[in-house]
Design a protein around this ligand. Sequence first.
Ligand code: ADP
Ligand code: MG
Length: 252
Amino acid sequence: MTSDAILEVEDVSCAFGGVQAVDHASLTIDRGSITGLIGPNGAGKSTMVNIISGHTKGQEGRVVFAGQETTGLAPYQVARRGLIRTFQLSSEFPNMTLLENMLVAPRQVGTKFWNAMFRKSVWNREEYALLEKARHLLVEFGLYKLADEYAGNLSGGQKRLLEIARALMADPTMLVLDEPMAGVSGVLIDRLVDHILELNRSGLTFLVIEHDLEVIDRLCENVYVMAQGSVLAYGPMYELRQNESVLEAYLD
Ligand SMILES: Nc1ncnc2c1ncn2[C@@H]1O[C@H](COP(=O)(O)OP(=O)(O)O)[C@@H](O)[C@H]1O
Ligand SMILES: [Mg+2]
């Protein structure tokens, strides 16, 4: 592992029945970067993220995060080491409020536990600290006035903001965002881009899967291209736009 890599994915493969979703793919993510991951539908991008985060077990290869092998670990174990991912489809609890959603995030415990928590009259110091942190993040993401709304009532864009705010409850060192702009419109895209850039300036590393290439242009210095389970190319977008095989597989 090179000294400035935070994540190394080495030669991973994953098949579902007869479908080779990821086929001997390797990635290296530089610490402190915002790296893009693009490619056509079905290229294996989400499966790659699932392997990285422990949500899917690859059949081959290894994953090293922050200098330690994480291959085959459960998602909560990977999360505990500082790597948090969001999902292509929003994963909030629609029947809980925004604030409750924030508080469910950090421990990966069930909603029952937190329902019990909310009925408690005496909270300990750690619980208060989490509450403060949740409130602070909601303020930062412009969602505080909605803190007591049900998350199910949010717009697509607001759900994305909540999703990232929730991810931050766990104090990650790296965030993997699977199509964060899906279902998000104009103004909120700009807000999300600004949040990501600001979080990156404060030290957070990002891997961002995104179809909106304008967003990729604004965020990413370097970008991986996947097609048919393999990594096709890596580099800045201006180079990828001139790469024949990338044009053929995706950009045309
Ligand atoms: N859980 C699964 N079961 C069966 N096939 C899957 C599963 N997840 C993904 N696939 C298949 O693997 C391929 C890659 O999918 P995916 O990783 O979602 O690609 P992308 O995110 O790039 O669109 C697709 O052909 C998809 O249908
Ligand atoms: Mg996907």
